[in-house]
Write a protein that binds this ligand. Structure first.
Ligand code: ADP
Ligand code: MG
Length: 262
């Protein structure tokens, strides 16, 4: 695709790479003695985001979900590649996307060193590379009998926010404002992952949900776990389910939805 577009939006200085964007390959020199941690995540329109979502938010989120995987491994972020399919060349959209992308990239010292740009239904696939000392990665198979289970932040906010945006439940705006950032501006726990090296026996990114993701650790580590529901950190927000609207008492009658659709 157009070198111009890549040059304008995705080419930055990459002092941490031997060679960044612009050649057939990037050239990277990992710190001697470190292991590379590599992960990819793909975001598709309609499945992971909607066309109305803010492009800057999307730039943030698409890199944030990848950084979360490095965090969950205890890896120091180093490099990223970005493969993006765009339905049209929209400079305003790309500028905003790149702003969100490079903002969080700079926060975590990760450099965009290459990628691919093609025309098509909007899709974003990012690969991140990080470094971890041999033997210190926070693997899923490391949990031991007697370990405590810890979570960072609060649980369930992104799921609540999604249900709210899809009109499946209602909450006051003040509550919505507290849960929506978990969906649109997730915070990767990079610093936490780094301090957990050598301390935690195991770790996992729980963006797919605590129970399912904890299950992956348990399966790989051949252990079980007990969770006390009351011990889970959640936000105290009040929601009303709209899953089953009240039925009309008799005959046909219009009824007021219990809440305005989001
Ligand atoms: P090629 O023909 O080798 O695929 P491209 O024209 O796709 O080359 O890309 C030219 C250069 O721009 C390469 O270094 C590639 O890694 C980089 N690049 C392409 N798209 C992106 C992108 N979205 N973000 C960052 N770098 C990109
Ligand atoms: Mg290419």
């Amino acid at each position: 695709m157009e070198f111009d577009l890549i040059a304008r939006h995705f080419t930055r200085a990459t002092p941490g790479a031997v060679l960044g964007v612009g050649d057939d390959c990037a050239l990277l020199a990992p710190t001697p003695g470190m292991q590379l941690a590599v992960s990819s995540d793909m975001l598709l329109e309609g499945r992971h985001f909607s066309p109305q979502d803010s492009p800057a938010g999307l730039g943030h989120k698409s890199l944030a979900v990848n950084l979360s995987d490095l965090a969950a491994m205890g890896a120091t972020p180093r490099w990223a590649t970005l493969a993006i399919a765009l339905p049209e060349e929209n400079d305003a959209w790309l500028t905003a996307f790149a702003r969100g992308f490079f903002r969080i990239a700079d926060q975590h010292g990760i450099e965009l060193v290459g990628g691919d740009t093609t025309r098509g239904t909007l899709a974003i696939s990012i690969t991140v590379m990080g470094e971890v000392p041999p033997g210190q990665a926070l693997r899923r198979d490391g949990a031991k009998v007697g370990d405590d289970v810890w979570v960072s932040g609060v649980i369930g906010s992104a799921a609540l926010a999604l249900a709210y945006r899809q009109g499946r439940l209602f909450m006051e705006q003040i509550d919505a404002a507290r849960v929506l950032p978990a969906l649109y501006l997730p915070t990767p726990r990079i610093e936490l992952g780094l301090v957990l090296r050598g301390l935690a026996s195991s770790a996992i990114d729980i963006s797919d949900g605590l129970l399912g993701d904890l299950g992956h650790i348990l399966e790989r580590s051949h252990v079980g776990a007990t969770l006390e529901f009351s011990a889970l950190p959640t936000l105290p927000v009040t929601t009303t389910s709209s899953a089953s609207p009240p039925l009309p008492a008799s005959g046909m009658r219009c009824w007021q939805p219990p809440h305005p659709r989001a």
